[in-house]
Write a protein that binds this ligand. Structure first.
Ligand code: URA
Length: 242
């Protein structure tokens, strides 16, 4: 995790636009560069780009952080938090070699849920998408035991009492019959803890497999498990305009 924030000093200086990497190396050797007020003259030192203060010729320099927006198809048995108290693999392990930037998952998917998860270093966007006042639909494909009756499907749609709340209107359709049960397409507009599982359980059809396939207009399509891709410009503006 920490590793993601580390960068060679000469690279940092070059990215800030002050000088080329070669020239930055000379500046370091000439004693013109300070990290946290200490002159650094050896090449190859790594700095923490989030917390270290870098000065060249007594002037503080910055690297404008590139904004990154990606989607990943989270496999089961990965946590969607940035770190895990039980040291289980996290979704960030799947992308860490591709980015210098530190990325954060937008919202959560359970350890045993797979599918669409967005990752970004744009804190404003994360805040917006995860804020309860922005009602963004999320679509799941759930395999459940048994086949719900029309009455059960209607109960699900209208709202169910779960824990201490009533779920807001949702959508549910049977897509196909599978061995021992069926595959459902479920659309909800909230994101409470294990909500889809709890809702299906409540109507008597426990989930055996759960996959998120869309967040608003952003769809997972054929991205395979464990893979990621950059969002397109259209997808990014869609999210920013929500
Ligand atoms: N609902 C769940 O039950 N689990 C998830 O991961 C997401 C929604």
């Amino acid at each position: 995790m920490e590793e993601q924030n580390l960068m060679r000093l000469q690279k940092y200086i070059a990215l800030s636009g002050v000088a080329s990497r070669r020239k930055a190396e000379e500046m370091i050797q000439e004693g013109r560069v300070k990290v946290n007020h200490q002159v650094i003259q050896t090449l190859g030192e790594k700095i923490n780009i989030e917390t270290d203060l870098v000065e060249v010729d007594e002037t503080i320099i910055h690297v404008e952080q590139r904004k990154v927006y990606i989607m990943i198809n989270k496999p089961v048995r990965f946590v969607s938090t940035a770190s895990d108290q039980f040291n289980r693999p996290t979704v960030l392990d799947l992308v860490k070699n591709d980015f210098n930037e530190r990325l954060y998952p937008v919202g959560r998917l359970d350890y045993d849920t797979e599918g669409l998860l967005l990752l970004t270093n744009d804190g404003d966007l994360t805040y917006k998408i995860t804020h309860p006042k922005h009602v963004i639909k999320k679509v799941y494909v759930a395999n459940v035991k048994g086949i719900p009756t029309r009455t059960k499907l209607d109960e699900f749609r209208k709202g169910l009492e779960i824990d201490d709340y009533i779920t807001s209107p949702a959508d549910i359709e049977v897509i196909k019959i599978i061995k021992g049960g069926c595959e459902l397409k479920v659309t909800i507009h909230e994101g409470r803890n294990r909500q889809v599982r709890k809702m299906c359980e409540k109507i008597g059809h426990p989930v055996t497999k759960l996959k998120r396939v869309a967040i608003g207009d952003i769809v997972l399509d054929d991205l395979s498990g464990g893979n990621w891709r950059h969002l397109t410009n259209e997808e990014i503006s869609y999210l920013k305009n929500i």
